[in-house]
Design a protein around this ligand. Structure first.
Ligand code: BDP
Length: 721
């Protein structure tokens, strides 16, 4: 009896020691021992000591990460040695010096930032080589090796070569200097401006590690709705301190430039980009920034959009504005990232036409070090949009992609929506700019038009929440973005599987199920929020929850402007009989979108105003199809809940219950979306919700009264049914 309880106690202590609390803070860099005993035995056999050749800060970072990672994965310390002396080495170096010929020739395919990971015999000893043509490549290779182990990869015949397809892989923070985050749902801004540069939060380094582990190499620290203060002498030392922590991890710092800064902080009377005094002011300012941050990446600029100042205030073009910055940044090797998200103060006939109409004519007028950054769709980060027509339309201007990780319109912190599926859909879309195969991926990786430089960006979803991203599953979007930025041709499902293995569990059956749930999650959100090509029917301001009925003072901010429901039908006519926005696409995309019989269901109401009784390829009329889709969205969330419950034995208690709680909210809110939207659209269609589908739980009036607090930090809507 006594013996049994001693044993039980010992067992409990052992379990407790193994099961570290899973707060989510470690992200995908958890480095737990593999579940599979054979694999663990192989790793222990083949990995015995670490040899890192070189002592740059970047190689020290690689060594530190490998020590940490290998210790965790092997469950024992790994010796660090100066040279290979026996079998089981892991050799890391940022050059091909002294390596076997198969490795040096593989390095020719690795480029400046890529890496080679290979099983090798050196000096008669067997081991593994992680080599690159630069120290940062060696760091990326070290992370890739750890990922290989974390995802259960074998060491037998190991031979990996990898290089990024896109040069600049950015994370854009929309962080304000008061530490609030525009569209942030994960706590405060990571940047602790008040205590910088004196105190460096340990988070800065962990943030840099996470980015480097997925290949992100640039971070714009501040909001596109910029504050000129960040480039004053008061703030530059603070920025420099952050840059100092990120530098060894290959992450260069960028800032957002407020176009009117010469007036606001420079005492000038104008910010006219052709005014010599203004140009001189920016030149000096940029020299000053570079003196503080020698590898400063450049500026991200939002101009003449949503009330932000810009060159058009002085009768100048976007090119005039961008080129002014470009000229001042060029001597330092900096770039200007000029955003194409322009949303003017005049109400246009069709808001989604604007970026193309303003930017396309400027192709060829930008300096060499200018990027134009284009959102994935022409409206604004909706659950689904057709790809932006500017992709393919500016062969002489390097276009950067801008995705949004923070899920402003996809349920924010609470709803599970894996964006890998969206990245894949957009990147694989064919623009037909140069015939078949002119994918968006090939536009931004530069191979279609021979761009002189290439880039991709995503609006970050990180903050001070312990788990970084508000919910554990939102981490997957940060991760997937980095992996797609490195390799645009990768698959969302493969990335999801890696993330689950690194982050949640290595149990193969559970991995399959969770990946399935992730892969249906984005379509679920599309279905219960904006099926069949609907868009922007979210509540005003915070964009959380449904308000298709909302009419705002400005037409093109109103849901009714976007869905155009009337007694005849639903949807925005963008064909030649309407705004003719379809003309911005190349043939045959344009013809397909313009043709009601050919347009994909997923974009139907984006391009057409469709009669309620129009029959879809499913055989159902529009109204019935809408009912089916809204219900499919709810059903998918329930399916995700079932998956989550089924994998419970494989998931730690902390994260299991966090996710289960959020899925509960999501299920309730999916029904809220469905019932609110259908009861509203029903006032136009005047058709019944067919059996066997649920009737709305409440009256339309009830849904119209539901309020969410305007400034949601961790908001919950009042009376969600
Ligand atoms: C919209 C956001 C707004 C941003 C804007 C932008 O609602 O907060 O400032 O995009 O991208 O999605 O500039």
């Amino acid at each position: 009896m006594i013996r049994a309880s001693v044993l039980t106690l010992a067992a409990i202590l052992l379990i407790a020691a193994n099961a570290q609390a899973e707060t989510g803070y470690e992200l995908w860099l958890r480095y737990r021992r593999p579940l599979d005993a054979t694999l663990l035995a192989q790793y222990r056999e083949e990995i015995r000591h670490l040899v890192v050749l070189g002592s740059s800060p970047t190689l020290l970072a690689a060594r530190e990460e490998l020590e940490r990672g290998l210790t965790g994965i092997l469950g024992r310390a790994v010796g660090v040695e100066r040279a290979i002396s026996h079998r089981g080495f892991v050799l890391v170096q940022g050059s091909g010096n002294g390596l076997p010929r198969d490795i040096t020739s593989a390095l020719m395919r690795a480029g400046g930032e890529g890496y080679v990971i290979r099983a090798a015999t050196i000096g008669g000893h067997r081991g593994i080589v992680i080599a690159a043509n630069s120290d940062i490549g060696a760091l990326y290779g070290s992370f890739a090796f750890l990922r290989h182990l974390q995802t259960g990869g074998s060491l037998v015949g190991l031979a990996i070569v990898s290089a990024p397809r896109i040069q600049l892989r950015m994370l854009d923070h929309w962080d304000n200097l008061n530490r609030s985050v525009e569209r942030g749902y994960a706590g405060l801004s990571l940047w602790e401006w008040d205590s910088l540069p004196g105190r460096l939060s340990p988070r800065y380094k962990d943030y840099a590690r996470a980015n480097a582990s997925i290949g992100i190499n640039g971070a714009a620290l501040t909001n596109v709705n910029a504050n000129a203060k960040v480039i004053t002498a008061e703030y530059l030392p603070k920025v420099a301190a952050i840059a100092g922590v990120l530098r060894p991890y290959g992450v260069r710092v960028f800032l957002t430039a407020r176009f009117s800064a010469p007036i606001e902080i420079g005492g000038l009377k104008t910010a006219d980009p052709l005014d010599p005094a203004v140009r001189e002011w920016w030149k000096r300012k940029i020299d000053e920034i570079h003196a503080a941050i020698p590898d400063f990446g450049g500026f991200v600029v939002k101009a003449n959009s949503e009330g932000q100042p810009g060159p058009q205030d002085y009768g100048r073009t976007h090119a005039d504005g961008a080129n002014m910055f470009a000229d001042a940044l060029a001597p330092h090797g900096g770039v200007v990232i000029w955003r194409a998200f322009v949303y003017s103060s005049e109400v246009p006939k069709d808001r989604v036409r604007q970026a193309y109409d303003e930017f396309k004519p400027l192709d060829g007028q930008f300096r060499d070090n200018v990027f134009v950054q284009v959102k994935n769709g022409a409206l604004d980060f909706q659950p689904r949009e057709p790809f932006h027509p500017l992709f393919g339309a500016m062969p002489k201007t390097p276009l950067m992609m801008e995705f949004q990780l923070t899920k402003e319109y996809l349920g924010q912190d609470t709803h599970l929506a894996y964006l890998g599926a969206e990245f894949e859909e957009v990147l694989r879309a064919d623009t037909f700019a140069k015939g078949t195969g002119s994918t968006v991926a090939r536009v931004i990786d530069g191979s279609l038009h021979g761009y002189r430089h290439t880039g991709i960006a995503a609006v970050a979803n990180v903050g001070t929440d312990t788990n970084w991203t508000g919910s554990n599953f939102n981490q997957a979007n940060w991760y997937a973005y980095g992996r797609f930025a490195w390799n645009t041709e990768t698959s969302a499902a493969a990335i999801a599987a890696d993330w689950v293995r690194q982050t949640l569990t290595n149990d193969s059956a559970a991995v399959r199920q969770v990946v399935h749930a992730m892969m249906i999650s984005r379509e679920a959100v599309v279905n219960y929020m904006t099926p069949l090509g609907l868009a922007h029917i979210m509540a005003t301001g915070h964009h959380y929850g449904p308000a298709p009925w909302a009419v705002l003072p400005r037409a093109d901010q109103s849901p009714v402007y976007f869905h155009r429901a009337d007694t005849l039908g639903l949807g925005f006519d963008r064909t030649p009989t309407g705004s003719n926005q379809v003309a911005q696409y190349f043939a045959p995309v344009r013809d397909r979108y313009a043709n009601l019989a050919a347009v994909p269901d997923s974009n139907l109401l984006w391009f057409h105003h469709v009669p309620w009784d129009y029959r879809l390829p499913s055989g159902r009329i529009l109204w019935d199809e809408l009912v089916v889709r809204y219900n499919a969205g709810v059903d998918s969330v329930r399916a995700m809940q079932r998956v989550w419950n089924a994998v419970r034995p494989s998931i730690d208690a902390e994260r299991f219950s966090e996710v289960a709680g959020f899925l509960g909210i999501q299920e309730r809110e999916a029904r809220w979306w469905r019932d609110a939207a259908l009861s509203y659209f029903q006032t136009f269609s005047r058709r019944p919700i067919p059996a066997p589908y649920d009737q709305p739980a409440h009256t339309l009036e009830y849904y119209r009264q539901v309020r969410c607090p305007a400034n949601r930090l961790k908001p919950r809507c009042e009376t969600v049914p």
